[in-house]
Design a protein around this ligand. Structure first.
Ligand SMILES: Cc1cc2nc3c(=O)[nH]c(=O)nc-3n(C[C@H](O)[C@H](O)[C@H](O)COP(=O)(O)OP(=O)(O)OC[C@H]3O[C@@H](n4cnc5c(N)ncnc54)[C@H](O)[C@@H]3O)c2cc1C
Length: 378
């Protein structure tokens, strides 16, 4: 049986950012993922938007970590040559009622500290994006996009250079705690079983994070840790690409938990529309033409040159949400679980959007928790 100080379960962008942040503490760190490489789930199936912290409730972890993450992300991208674009974002309004709604969104964004947000009129919109139709809009200069694969690759390579031990192709199957150490049983693809013990467990298992907490006997319904699957689908645009906006174009948010079907330029010349979110009972990444008319109808309001033939089904991702269908958005849960009888267990539950943007700040936040724990457990 091998021993380690810290075990991170899940090498998505959240687990990797934590590995990066704690890699300089001089501790033995192991990160385990069931896939053969990093970021094979939500972290590689998203819009890659660097959010500005517009919508999140005041004083929420989402709002705070998004804002900090936005700043840290641009710094990391510049310092380590991770491809990104600080392309800005327009949230567009196309009638009187929508224009009135912009004020409330702007107020929240300013209270959240989103940098430089302001309302722009039709003339300014034309100057920023001549092919976009809108009567008025909020311009967010600090929004952008990042190559999420390159970001994760950077986190992985940096952490490896600091001796973080990466264990791919191994799934955590059992967990127990003997009041001193955690015992972790993992299985490889051939069902061979291995065990390790760890002082600290960091649960960043995304869609399975509720299940990991449950393996230790935590009542995930009582604590609202049960993960619900919120599937987001995209269509790719494959014609008239020269007319597409360079900035991100968002409609007003149509429903709770969604930011609406927006444009996402993908850094390498492609263009996607999406995501459209709906609740799902299974992990299924298929996308077909069912929502073609819905996508076209949503996007043609602000991209009048769009033809329905321009759209082709693309990809899907699934968010780990702790809110259920019809409930308001819930905050990230990032907590050390001593009060549940599990000192040294750090759960990260409900790490949906904006966790990609927030990832560098989440890493720093968890590092603080780890440093406090080390002092306490010594
Ligand atoms: C459609 C969509 C669009 C989004 N758009 C944006 C955006 O534009 N901007 C933004 O900031 N955020 C966005 N997000 C959110 C962002 O992508 C996620 O919040 C983020 O990727 C979550 O990272 P994670 O590491 O927590 O989860 P994941 O990437 O899902 O990683 C979890 C890892 O845990 C591993 N794992 C699970 N169980 C086990 C086990 N038992 N043993 C070993 N390993 C295990 C999995 O293999 C996986 O690699 C979007 C998400 C979706 C779905």
């Amino acid at each position: 049986m091998s021993r380690t100080d810290i075990t991170i379960i899940g090498a998505g962008v959240v687990g990797l950012a934590i590995a990066y942040s704690i890699s300089d503490l001089g501790l033995d760190v192991t990160i385990i993922d069931k896939h053969d490489s990093f970021g094979r789930e939500a972290s590689s199936r998203n819009s890659e938007v660097i959010h500005a912290s517009i919508y999140y409730p005041q004083n929420s972890l989402k709002g705070r970590l998004c804002l900090e993450g936005n700043k840290l992300m641009y710094r990391l991208c510049k310092d380590y040559c991770i491809p990104y674009s600080n392309c800005g974002k327009l949230i567009v309004a196309n009638n009187k009622d929508e224009c009135n709604q912009l004020n409330g969104i702007l107020e929240n964004a300013i209270d959240n500290g989103a940098h430089g947000v302001r309302i722009v009129n039709k003339i300014e919109i034309f100057e920023i994006e001549p092919n976009v139709h809108a009567d008025s809009a909020i311009f967010c200069p600090s929004s952008g996009i990042v190559d999420s694969h390159k970001l994760m690759e950077f986190f992985e390579q940096y952490s490896k250079s600091k001796n973080v031990n990466f264990v791919y192709n191994h799934e955590v199957k059992e967990l127990s705690f003997d009041n001193k150490d955690y015992r972790i049983i993992v299985k490889d693809k051939e069902s061979n079983e291995f065990q390790l013990t760890s002082k600290i467990i960091i649960n960043s298992a995304g869609l399975m994070s509720g299940r990991i907490a449950e393996l230790l006997g935590i009542d995930i319904d009582k604590h609202n840790y049960r993960i619900n699957y919120h599937k987001g689908i995209y269509f790719r645009v494959n014609r008239n690409l020269d007319k597409y906006p360079k900035a991100l174009i968002y409609p007003l948010p149509p429903e709770s938990g969604s930011v609406g079907i927006h444009t996402t330029p993908d850094l390498y010349g492609g263009m996607r529309l999406g995501p459209h979110f709906f609740w799902s009972d299974e992990i299924d990444y298929s996308v077909d033409n069912t929502f073609l008319k819905y996508f076209f109808g949503s996007a043609v309001r602000y991209l009048p040159f769009l033809d329905i033939e321009d759209l082709k089904p693309d990809m899907a991702g699934i968010m780990s949400s702790i809110q259920k269908e019809g409930e308001m958005m819930k905050d990230f849960v990032i907590r050390e679980e001593s009060d549940k009888g599990f000192p040294g267990l750090i759960n990260l539950i409900g790490m949906e959007s904006p966790a990609l943007t927030a990832s560098p700040a989440i890493g720093e936040y968890v590092k603080e928790i780890v440093m406090n724990l080390i002092r306490r457990l010594r």
